[in-house]
Design a protein around this ligand. Structure first.
Ligand SMILES: NC(=O)c1ccc[n+]([C@@H]2O[C@H](COP(=O)([O-])OP(=O)(O)OC[C@H]3O[C@@H](n4cnc5c(N)ncnc54)[C@H](O)[C@@H]3O)[C@@H](O)[C@H]2O)c1
Length: 270
């Protein structure tokens, strides 16, 4: 059994078994982990995954309403000795109905040596950071020379995808963004233009964005019935598509004729 090297440091601060940390979103944000660090940590996790040094069963979920899901995602990394589970929910109508985010959740971390819980923490920030980190690491590996990036959806994920794309794609010059809510696209551009050294352009249509960008991503909504907004005939050879809203946004014909179709795990566990 691998005992993590920092276990003693934790044991000095917490009475393991009778105390645990509760970290709010603010507490998590106040750690000031940079996006570079998140990219580095995500890369390390992906390398462990690539070497099959992990245990991560396929997600299980419950679905109280149509188009709503809760997912439980336990994982164990034997290398660094990390074990925990994310419990995340997605309510696509939350912003409109309640003024709440679509995606909220918790993460539980345990002490791998004894199993006792160490921390219960907000997972919304972590999800907002980790998801685009995976997208852009994939984009950088699959399409290293990309100069253009197209982003559908300008919410929490869309904003972070653009920030991370600017970090991970060294040749990036122009980002095209598109959202059915024009105010969301305008807000993204107003916030990120002064911050990033790339051109950010509001797309004239989903078709125009699709035809303009070498790498495309989407973070809109996950629905039982795909929207298929991006038509197959708009997509041409040489483009890379890294969606984070599953297959909602894309014409299924595109995935059927893709030269390469990559998935995280072809089966439930290594
Ligand atoms: N794959 C993952 O691990 C992962 C992680 C987090 C979130 N997600 C998914 O990413 C999606 C976005 O999450 P978020 O937190 O950014 O949500 P959000 O509500 O902050 O943003 C979604 C944006 O998409 C826009 N949109 C909706 N329908 C659209 C359409 N047809 N065309 C263009 N824009 C459209 C909305 O106006 C909104 O601005 C959700 O579906 C969520 O489940 C996936």
């Amino acid at each position: 059994m691998t005992i993590p090297t920092d276990r003693q440091r934790l044991a000095d601060r917490l009475t393991l078994g009778s105390e645990l940390l509760h970290l709010s979103r603010r507490d998590v944000e106040d750690l000031h982990l940079t996006r570079d660090t998140v990219l580095e940590l995500t890369l390390q996790a992906l390398v462990e995954h690539g070497h099959r040094r992990y245990e991560m069963p396929a997600k299980i979920g419950v679905h109280p309403y149509d188009n709503v899901f809760y997912h439980a995602m336990p994982a164990y990394l034997p290398g660094p000795g990390i074990v925990g589970a994310k419990w995340i929910e997605c309510y696509p109508d939350n912003p409109r109905r309640f003024g709440l985010p679509q995606t909220t959740g918790l993460l539980v971390l345990n002490d791998v040596a004894s199993g006792v819980p160490l921390a219960v923490m907000d997972a919304a920030w972590l999800t907002a950071m980790r998801t685009p980190a995976v997208t852009v690491l994939a984009a950088a590996a699959l399409h290293p020379g990309a100069t253009t990036f197209g982003m559908f959806g300008c919410g929490v994920q869309g904003r972070e995808h653009v920030r991370y794309a600017a970090l991970a794609l060294p040749g990036l010059e122009t980002v095209y963004v598109d959202d059915t809510d024009v105010a969301a696209a305008d807000a993204l551009i107003a916030q990120l233009r002064p911050e990033l050294g790339v051109r950010i352009v509001k797309g004239e249509s989903a078709e125009a964005v699709t035809k303009s960008a070498e790498v495309l991503s989407s973070a809109t909504v996950i629905l039982r019935e795909p929207l298929a907004v991006v038509k197959d005939e708009w997509v041409t050879a040489g483009q890379t598509i890294v969606p984070c809203d599953l297959n909602t946004f894309w014409d299924l014909r595109t995935s059927h004729r893709a030269d390469k179709y990559l998935v995280d795990s072809p089966s439930n566990s290594p």
